[in-house]
Design a protein around this ligand. Structure first.
Ligand SMILES: CCCCC/C=C\CCC/C=C/CC(=O)SCCNC(=O)CCNC(=O)[C@H](O)C(C)(C)COP(=O)(O)OP(=O)(O)OC[C@H]1O[C@@H](n2cnc3c(N)ncnc32)[C@H](O)[C@@H]1OP(=O)(O)O
Length: 284
């Protein structure tokens, strides 16, 4: 990230660059810094133009989470350097005309990332600086708290793309917004605006801009400063155990099933049309 962007991010919140340290310098799609004073990690996605989850970004997120676990970080804010988009979801190019082994590896890496983020021992907040469709929504749901910038959109359009979602994604959505809302949202492939998302509990707070989103994320983490990390972590794992265990038990079969559906000609046709519409839609 440029010095200018660091300055705007940190100075806006009264944190000087000297109070932070760069955690990794060799990441291509992420900026990771840790505030020395409170041990909070800022993990900012920076994969232009819209933080599409290609293999590199997924792998870097996974590596970063492993390292944050080892470093005993006190909390993590997952965000984006882009003002309009938090994360545009999985890379549609990976889903179009895929080789079975490649697409299997891709989904398996994403599935592992989901479990890692969902099961992390430290508190996690998504400061969603903009749109968060599909995989972006999933990253947010894996965090414990979600702040989203106003006038953004969030949801999982799987049904609209002709794709039945894997079981762990359905479970994740159900545990976030309840079974009834999840059923309505996922069967329709509904995308919600910020107010609708707040109403069903898909997000917890609305922010005016990215600085406000980060500040609200920090406020959430501050509430844990006086809570024993071990007790907190164990409690979180107990609450989240059933989804994690379910993926361990059924993830492989789920994946096989999912890959065979993705390869179907009618699904490929639908995805192709979806991509065509994305490339040719009127930009706002
Ligand atoms: C369906 C598969 C189910 C798999 C289930 C497996 C696990 C479950 C996980 C949950 C489900 C995940 C499924 C997915 O994540 S599939 C991806 C779905 N994502 C989307 O539908 C988002 C599509 N993108 C947008 O709506 C917009 O790009 C935006 C994020 C709102 C940003 O709009 P804007 O700022 O106007 O930017 P552009 O639209 O111009 O985009 C710039 C550029 O990037 C390309 N692009 C955008 N998103 C993707 C993507 N996900 N994959 C590949 N490419 C993407 C876009 O086409 C533009 O390219 P060009 O400049 O060449 O036109």
């Amino acid at each position: 990230m440029s010095t200018y962007k660091y300055a705007t991010l940190f100075l806006a919140r009264n944190i000087s660059v000297n109070q932070t340290r760069t955690f990794f310098s060799n990441l291509k799609c992420l900026d990771v810094t840790i505030n020395r004073e409170n041990g909070v990690a800022y993990v900012l996605m920076k994969h232009p133009p819209v933080n599409t989850l290609n293999m590199q970004l997924i792998s870097e997120l996974s590596l970063t989470l492993s390292n944050l676990e080892k470093s005993k970080c006190q909390g993590m804010i997952l965000s984006s350097i882009f003002d309009k988009v938090f994360c545009s979801g999985l890379d549609l190019n990976e889903l179009l005309k895929p080789k079975p082994e490649r697409v299997k590896g891709y989904f398996s890496t994403f599935q592992e990332l989901v479990i890692q983020l969902y099961g992390s021992s430290f508190p996690t907040v998504a400061a969603m600086t903009g749109h968060s469709p599909a995989g972006g929504c999933v990253l947010g749901m894996c965090c414990e708290y979600r702040v989203m910038k106003k006038n953004s959109q969030i949801g999982i359009p799987g049904s609209r793309m002709g794709i039945a979602l894997p079981r762990y994604i359905v479970n994740l959505m159900s545990s976030t917004i309840g079974l009834r809302n999840a059923e309505l949202m996922l069967t329709k492939g509904k995308i919600l605006n910020t107010d609708e998302a707040l109403k069903v509990g898909l997000i917890d707070e609305i922010a005016n801009d990215r600085t406000d989103a980060i500040r609200k994320a920090e406020d959430f983490l501050k509430e844990y400063e006086m809570i024993a990390p071990l007790a907190r972590g164990i409690t979180k794992r107990i609450i989240r155990r059933s989804i994690i265990e379910d993926v361990k038990m059924n993830g492989a079969a789920d994946l096989e099933n999912f890959v065979s559906v993705i390869m179907l000609p009618e699904v490929q046709e639908k995805l192709d049309m979806y991509m065509y519409n994305l490339k040719n839609r009127k930009r706002d």
